[in-house]
Design a protein around this ligand. Structure first.
Ligand SMILES: *Cc1c(COP(=O)(O)O)cnc(C)c1O
Length: 305
């Protein structure tokens, strides 16, 4: 059976005083709305993995993540939608605690949850550990943490097709950078790419991304200062910004990825680091399910999944 999950993609153009002042057209590519069950960039990384699993004759998707993993959440939903089984290898014992809401939802979507110690989890990319897992789960298609394999990379590249040809810049948040590199490979070189690492010390990504991106496609840069204290860390200022952004534009942002990116884009416009007259497409990579842990501080329901 061919993959048939129609992708619903829209671009919402924003209007406010800052953009007007700088004559900037700024559109939000709403990957958070790409599918009612599977959200954001994770869908794009998963779809080619599902295809590959089918070709290999596997009936289960198996991958790795922490208690708040957007990737596992998306994988559970995708597996359910395509009538595949799913197994999540979860970092850390959760003993007597109830699993996070993210993991509870994964379980409701049919995912088998396997808790492993942090020590065992740290072997998640070791070839010998993986071949042991494959023996234990012979019918599983193994996907690395975050969906970051060849299929994930090429699937992410298909996002480039949704960027309008007259855009001058594409902005998106960066975790591992797989989505960024996948798009950079496929996108017209004339369109600049601007990435916002969401963890502290993101400068190491320059070397890592350079190794994955064709030198001919080198029209890209990173802004590494927008981490707000580190991965999944936040400040009152960030949450306030997200609430205000929602009040103006009616677009929900998540606090781990898209909130930091949009904050950064606006800051760079204000600082004159993005040229007046630009046509920027910001990629809403989804992740709204992760807002549950800050829900009390948000003026909107951040999870549409
Ligand atoms: C996982 C994730 C990212 C990061 O994607 P990478 O390909 O690892 O860089 C960005 N945004 C959201 C919402 C995510 O869930």
């Amino acid at each position: 059976m061919a993959i048939d999950l129609r992708e619903q993609v829209q671009i919402d153009y924003l209007e406010d005083a800052l953009l007007q002042q700088h004559r900037i057209r700024m559109g939000m590519l709403r990957l958070d709305l790409v599918h009612p069950l599977v959200s954001g960039n994770k869908w794009f990384k998963l779809k080619e993995n599902i295809r590959a699993a089918r070709v290999a004759g596997k009936d289960t998707l198996l991958s790795f993540g922490g208690a708040y993993s957007n990737h596992l959440h998306a994988m559970a939903a995708a597996a359910q939608a395509f009538q595949l089984k799913s197994t999540g290898i979860i970092r850390g014992f959760h003993g007597k605690d109830l699993p996070s809401e993210t993991l509870q939802q994964c379980r409701e979507m049919g995912m088998e949850l396997v808790y492993v110690s942090r020590e065992e989890y740290s072997k998640k990319a070791d070839p010998s550990y993986l071949s042991g897992l494959q023996e234990q789960y012979p019918d599983a298609w193994l996907i690395p943490e975050g969906g970051n394999n060849e299929a994930g990379f090429s699937g992410a590249g298909t996002i480039a097709a949704y960027i309008p040809a007259d855009a001058t810049m594409v902005a998106l948040p960066i975790g591992t950078g797989t989505t960024f590199c996948g798009i950079r490979q496929q996108l017209d070189k004339g369109i600049a790419m601007l990435g916002f690492p969401v963890m502290k010390g993101g400068d190491y990504l320059y070397a890592e991304l350079s190794a994955q991106i064709d030198p001919g496609q080198d029209n890209w840069m990173l802004e590494t200062a927008m981490h707000f204290g580190g991965f999944a860390k936040h400040t009152p200022e960030l949450l306030h910004f997200m609430n205000r952004f929602y009040a103006i534009h009616r677009i929900p942002l998540d606090f781990v990825y898209t909130g930091k990116m949009i904050y950064g884009v606006e800051q760079m416009i204000r600082d004159g680091r993005i040229a007046d007259g630009s046509h920027i497409i910001c990629i809403h990579t989804g992740g709204l399910q992760g807002n549950r842990s800050v829900q009390a501080q948000l003026s909107y329901t951040g999870h549409n999944h």
